[in-house]
Design a protein around this ligand. Sequence first.
Ligand SMILES: [Zn+2]
Length: 86
Amino acid sequence: MPLAPEAVLKMARQIEMTDEVEYTCDDVHRLLDEFAEAVLRGEDTARLMPLVQKHLDMCHDCREEFEALLRVLRAPTSAASAGSAV
Ligand SMILES: [Zn+2]
């Protein structure tokens, strides 16, 4: 007994329209590099990657991870200045 095409179509449309998709921590971890780099470039991450932004707002673990990553990315890439401290 096949599923009525209408029902399938209706279901597909509902999935498409669902804005309330949420990322898991795994999803966010996979995108965290990209997200942090976009932040550093001054891009509008809330618009580009709203789901990551949303997850970071809710998930303390991922937020800490993200902030740690930002710190690393902001740090000078070369160690040339390491010896310049007084
Ligand atoms: Zn998370």
